[in-house]
Design a protein around this ligand. Structure first.
Ligand code: SF4
Ligand code: SF4
Length: 256
């Protein structure tokens, strides 16, 4: 069955957001007065996955290789525009004030960038009537019916893949060396906008294509003592989330 959807312009998806941005979009967002945070998570990567493990290869493409102690890890860095109320670009009529140049992620919603995640209307912000329209969002075969959405999904995914190494360079410039254990949580850095802008400009100018040589030793952060013990016994450098220094915080995906 195709998935039916049509935007009702309710504006809910433009409130209280964490909007993933590319490097260039992050720079533009800061230049326009917004703030961008850096989310870091790491996956222990002792060996390469099997050729048919599509999800693992998707994660590999989104990450750069680094090390935590003697444990090889892959680090996924996401640049995020966060705001608790309405997006600063949202107009009173719930239209987007920068519609033609809005970030790619805004063109995707409520579709999914990750090819291994299905669209679940129950967890989307769109009202029930948005899913009862005649227009088709996703065809039977999983393709996106709207060419704008289809192009945005591809663009967002390619940005993630193509910028993974450059984000390792960005972290080195910002002195970022801590990451949450993927699936448990993420470490969120909130650099001063001027500092992040400078680092983004240098990163975009350099466009690093390799990650390892830029990657300092990483520390894995957890809110679970048992996880810390397991990480340390595997040779990793680990620390508790409560010990994080100022300017960074741990956001848990699962309860302690
Ligand atoms: S940039 Fe526009 S579309 Fe994106 S969240 Fe803000 S108001 Fe909504
Ligand atoms: S929440 Fe859904 S229906 Fe409402 S504006 Fe966003 S995409 Fe449209």
């Amino acid at each position: 069955m195709p998935l039916h959807f049509s935007c009702t312009m309710c504006g809910r998806c433009c409130h209280g957001l964490r909007l993933p941005l590319s490097l260039a979009e992050s720079l533009t967002w800061i230049e326009n007065g917004g703030s961008v945070e850096v989310f870091c998570e790491a996956i222990p990567w002792p060996e390469e996955p099997a050729a048919d493990n599509g999800l693992a290869w998707h994660k590999r493409k989104r990450s750069f290789l680094a090390a935590s102690g003697s444990l090889p890890v892959r680090v996924i860095v996401t640049l995020v525009a966060s705001f608790s109320g309405a997006c600063p670009n949202l107009r009173e009529d719930m239209g987007c004030g920068i519609y033609e140049r809005r970030p790619t992620a805004c063109r995707v919603y409520p579709a999914e960038v990750n090819p291994f995640i299905s669209v679940d209307p129950a967890i989307k912000l769109c009202p029930p009537e948005a899913w009862q329209q005649r227009e088709v969002l996703q065809n039977d075969d999983g393709t996106w019916a709207d060419p704008v959405v289809a192009a945005a999904v591809v663009r967002r995914r390619e940005d993630d893949y193509e910028e993974a190494m450059a984000k390792g360079d960005l972290c080195a410039r910002l002195g970022i060396t801590e990451a949450g254990l993927s699936n448990e949580g993420t470490v969120v850095y909130s650099p001063a906008p001027a500092h992040l802008r400078e680092a983004l400009e240098a990163t975009l100018a350099a466009r690093a294509t390799t990650g390892t040589e830029h990657a300092p030793p990483w520390t894995l952060v957890s809110h679970r003592l048992r996880t810390m013990w397991l990480l340390e016994s595997a040779g990793a450098r680990a620390t508790q989330s409560v010990d994080l220094a100022e300017g960074r915080r741990f956001v848990a995906f699962v309860d302690a």
